[in-house]
Ligand binder design. Structure first.
Ligand SMILES: [Zn+2]
Length: 67
């Protein structure tokens, strides 16, 4: 699945494997930087926890924007 395949009302979030910190990712910023055709799982090694700095074993999740 690529960023372009993800419906507009979904947001991406990251979950840290070390401290369980959850953060939301700006998918539009990622699309600008890496391209809309970026396959989402290839972003996993680029994830870095904003709480503890861990960049290993983190996972992605999706959520719906509440309106
Ligand atoms: Zn962390």
């Amino acid at each position: 699945m690529t960023l372009a395949d993800l419906a507009e009302w979904y947001v991406l979030g990251g979950l840290c494997s070390r401290c369980a910190h959850k953060g939301w990712i700006d998918r539009w910023e990622i699309a600008r930087r890496f391209g809309r055709r970026t396959i989402i799982v290839t972003l996993l090694p680029k994830l870095r926890c904003t709480a503890c700095g861990n960049d290993r074993g983190n996972t992605l999740r999706t959520g719906r924007i509440k309106r």
